[in-house]
Write a protein that binds this ligand. Structure first.
Ligand code: XBP
Ligand code: MG
Length: 257
């Protein structure tokens, strides 16, 4: 995607765990099905997968797990691409058949941001092959002005490359945007790109240290409810809801307790 026509404020969303709660019952299931189909004696239960999630990127996660299981690098070099290709196809089909849902409150927030004239973008470590059909199926094909995926950069989160790329393609500076993330790695990536960041945790990331976040919530909450900045970001904000005014105020630096 080229540089955008206008340079108004933008909200850059993470995908997995943020726009969609996709890891436990989505990616994990797809990985396990790919293991079975390729005869790999491995199955990730919910906790085992959660322990691997801080390793961002499906290929890197596979390499780490297979190395931990004692597989030699030469064998991994041959197996991981085949495993990840199959897993990606399985997950893309899950996205297309409606198995992956948006988190409650996300569509309302996107509609509010559209109505407020903010541009929407995505910065995800995930693979474009499933990211684009998933976003189109859940939010509409042209909902996001920019979609930066793990295929577009060499270094995934917590490196800032995805957010730097998204800002470049939006044609704006880091302070003209705010990131919305779910994880410590995503928070670190957004901050390293110079952006403010609101974190909406989930069951896999609730325990992580989000102290550097501008706002921490435990959900997108009920329509119309307002969130509040946290005096102590370690505390989870009662899920009063993340609405467009909160995010636009964060961008304007106008957010006050
Ligand atoms: C989360 C990730 C991705 C997914 C798996 O990305 O780290 O790797 O877990 O997708 P984000 P792939 O939170 O940045 O959206 O197998 O396509 O990597
Ligand atoms: Mg995420």
């Amino acid at each position: 995607m080229g540089a955008a026509a206008n340079a108004g404020p933008a909200v850059v969303f993470d995908v997995d765990g943020t726009l969609v709660d996709s890891e436990r019952d989505g990616h994990r299931v797809a990985f396990n099905q790919a293991f079975s189909e390729l005869g790999v004696p491995l199955q990730w239960d919910v906790d085992a997968y959660g322990a691997l999630l801080p390793i961002t990127g499906g290929r890197r996660r596979l390499h780490a797990a297979l190395e931990q299981a004692g597989m030699a690098e030469a064998e991994r070099a041959s197996l991981v691409p085949r495993l990840h290709e199959r897993k990606t196809r399985i997950f893309r089909d899950m996205a297309l058949d409606g198995s992956i849902a948006a988190r409650p409150g996300v569509v309302r927030l996107l509609d509010e941001l559209d109505a407020a004239g903010a541009r929407l973008a995505v910065a995800t470590t995930g693979s474009r092959e499933w990211v684009e059909p998933l976003l189109a199926a859940l939010f509409g094909a042209r909902r996001f002005a920019v979609v930066a995926t793990g295929d577009d950069v060499r270094r995934s989160k917590p490196d800032p490359d995805l957010y730097v790329l998204a800002l470049h393609r939006l044609g704006i500076g880091a302070r003209d945007a705010v990131a919305v993330e779910d994880s410590g790695a995503g928070l670190a990536a957004a901050l390293a790109a110079g952006m403010r960041c609101a974190v909406v945790v989930n069951d896999y990331t609730r325990h992580q240290d989000m102290a550097a976040a501008d706002l921490v919530l435990d959900g997108f909450g009920a329509p119309g409810a307002r969130a509040g900045v946290l005096a102590d970001p370690h505390r989870l904000h009662p899920s009063g809801g993340l609405d467009a005014t909160v995010l636009l105020a964060l961008i304007a630096g106008a957010w006050t307790e």
